[in-house]
Design a protein around this ligand. Structure first.
Ligand code: FES
Length: 232
């Protein structure tokens, strides 16, 4: 019998020789090591582990197939979970403030009562908050800067000591009450809060009353809440 390891090129190869050569090639490609002492190719450690894993998987008994009822229960459970997660995210986002402090639409801390304009002084304009801070014997108010007629920006006139709209001549006293002109109501105002030790002790209601000035209290204007002026 010809030695299978010593076939020369051009020499005719017997079927046994060909089978041996194919087997050797296959073993070399799979990374197995030749163990001459045992006369065979041994599998590498990784190869053995993979084969064991595959065998275990194949030996594991397959579970019974899902019934229609079970499938529907799982589907409903998954759908309910998704809805609950979406509702939670929506609630969280809704609870977040939409405007930053000091940004129109948000809150404007004004400091304590000592920083309010004097009772007999003209109102003070706040450009970022779009309001006039007006103080009189009743207390302070934050008057929205926009005319209640067609939305022009009215101005304070020191000469007449009142608000006058340059567009169609509507006029209002210092606390925002209507005097004359085509405006259908007194000036609108923003909600204000009065806080003592961080607790709200008073705030503007729908009636639009002023908040009394306490030098130790803090005042905050909420430009996200507009209180309509009284109709004329
Ligand atoms: S917009 Fe002010 S009076 Fe018309």
């Amino acid at each position: 019998m010809a030695n299978p390891k010593s076939a020369d090129p051009g020499e005719e190869i017997s079927p046994e020789h060909q089978k041996y050569a194919d087997s050797k090639q296959q073993q070399m490609e799979s990374g197995a090591a030749y163990r001459g002492d045992r006369g065979q190719y041994m599998k590498s450690g990784r190869q053995q582990k993979e084969e064991e894993k595959t065998a275990k998987k194949a030996a594991r008994p397959a579970g019974p197939p899902l019934s229609r009822r079970e499938f529907l229960n799982y589907a409903w459970g998954a759908a309910l979970g998704i809805v609950l997660v979406e509702a939670g995210v929506a609630t969280y986002l809704f609870a977040l403030p939409r405007f930053k402090e000091g940004e129109f639409g948000g809150t404007f801390p004004l400091g304590t009562g000592t920083s309010m304009p004097p009772i007999d002084a003209p109102p003070v304009r706040n450009l970022e908050g779009q309001f006039w801070l007006s103080n009189d014997t009743d207390g302070v108010r934050a008057l929205y800067r926009v005319c209640t007629h067609l939305g022009c920006l009215y101005e304070w006139k020191d000469q007449t000591f009142r608000f006058e709209c340059p567009c169609h001549g509507s006029k209002f006293v210092k606390d925002g009450q209507y005097i004359e002109g085509p405006a259908p109501r007194s000036l609108d105002q923003f909600k204000m809060q009065k806080l003592v030790n961080g607790q709200v002790v008073d705030e503007t209601t729908t009636g639009g009353q002023a908040l009394t000035v306490d030098p130790n209290a803090e005042y905050v204007v909420d430009t996200g809440v507009v209180i309509k002026g009284q109709s004329v």
